[in-house]
Each structure stands twice: as structure tokens, then as C-alpha cells.
Design a protein around this ligand. Sequence first.
Ligand SMILES: Nc1ncnc2c1ncn2[C@@H]1O[C@H](COP(=O)(O)OP(=O)(O)O)[C@@H](O)[C@H]1O
Ligand SMILES: [Mg+2]
Length: 225
Amino acid sequence: MEKLYGTGEVAVHALIDVCLELPRGELVVFVGPSGSGKTTLLNIIGGLDHPTNGSITVAGQDLAGLPEAELTRYRRQKVGFVFQFFNLVPTLTARENVELVAELAESPADVGQVLESVGLGHRADHFPAALSGGEQQRVALARALVKRPDLILADEPTGSLDYETGIRVLETMRAVTRDSGHTVFLVTHNSEITRMADRVVHLRSGRVAEIEVNAEPVPPSQLRW
Ligand SMILES: Nc1ncnc2c1ncn2[C@@H]1O[C@H](COP(=O)(O)OP(=O)(O)O)[C@@H](O)[C@H]1O
Ligand SMILES: [Mg+2]
């Protein structure tokens, strides 16, 4: 699969010869320097963007062949997104932020249970401004989880958090994979975070440079940066 931005002399080859097959139920970390193609790859997997050439199949569905309306449905129903900046609705409580997404989902999980699962049961009625950055990011994760998606995609989810709150978010992500069998793809430029992954995809200049399997992922609490 490849992705080209622009045309002619200004064309940027963001992804080149990417050929990957990833199993369900793992926490996969995509790592590489800035500009290596991480966000582009994640956006294509999430149906936010199209590859220029080649194919991409998620949970048996070929995304490259999907008409736009189907792709929107795929994004809404099958994928939970978590971004660097939490994108919560400031005028809604944590619970209401999650409910908003649950109402649009085909077969949502129980909102209260999902908030419990990310450790926010006691914070459900707080507004985002009254929550720490790490708590806000866990609301964002709850919002992704409540759809019961096939896949959770997180682009630099700790990028705007301090160390302690970042670790809490990573612990929650680790737990949703291990305890509930979710598939999580996490993008980072921080190589320390790769130690908590089941599998690590190294990107360099738009190419997959290496894929590592971690037999014994390290608990996030042991990561240091
Ligand atoms: N919308 C765009 N238009 C043109 N070039 C882009 C666009 N988005 C990303 N790029 C380029 O594609 C390459 C990969 O970018 P990106 O996927 O954002 O990398 P990363 O997330 O690893 O920092 C970079 O050279 C970047 O400048
Ligand atoms: Mg990026």
C-alpha cells in the first residue's frame, strides 16, 4: 500500500510499500520520528483517508473499495478514535460526553460500566474543565470504547500529558486490551512506550523498517522518560 500527497514535483511519498498484517486483540505501537508516516497510516486504517495505491482490509472489510457513505459508517461503528487533544464537549459532563457517542452507536456498551472501566466512575458528573488532562483523555478513551469498536486508534494520546497522567492513560489502554480483548493501535514518537506493546511497528521515511514482537510487554508503570 502507498500514499502520495500532492502531485508532480511537490509530491510527498508519505507511505511507501507498506505491507502489514496485524492480528486482533493486541496492543500494537507504531513508532517513528516526526514525518515518518505514522498519522497517515493511522488515518488510512481508520477510514479518514484513502491510500493512493494498494488495499487495506480491517476486520474483513476492504476499505479501499468502500463508497464514501460506507466508509463513514465504518468510521462511526467500527473504529474508536483517541487524539492528542481530547476533543471533549466542554459543556457536557464526562458521562454526557460518552452518552453522546453511545446514542449514535449500533450496539453501545453501558456508559456507566465503560466509565468504571477507565477508572472514572466517581468522576462521571464532572465537566471536562474540572478534570485533569489524564482524566480527560480517559473520558476520550471511554467515548471510543462505548461504541464497542473492532479497533481503537490512538494518535499520540499522551502527547499533551505530563508523565504521571500519561502513564495512567497508557495503563488504561493496556488494560482494555488485556482484560476486554480490544485491539488497540497506538502511535507515538516516544520509543520508551514501545516496551508496553505486544507488537511494535517501526516506521522510517514512510516505510515499515522493522516489526518486533514483545513476548513480555512491560507494565506502563515501569516506563521512564
Ligand atoms: N495533508 C498533507 N499534505 C501534504 N503532505 C502531508 C500531509 N500530511 C502529511 N504530509 C507529509 O507526509 C509525511 C508523513 O506525515 P505524517 O503521517 O503526519 O507523519 P508523522 O505522524 O509520523 O509525524 C510528512 O512528510 C508530512 O509532511
Ligand atoms: Mg503524527
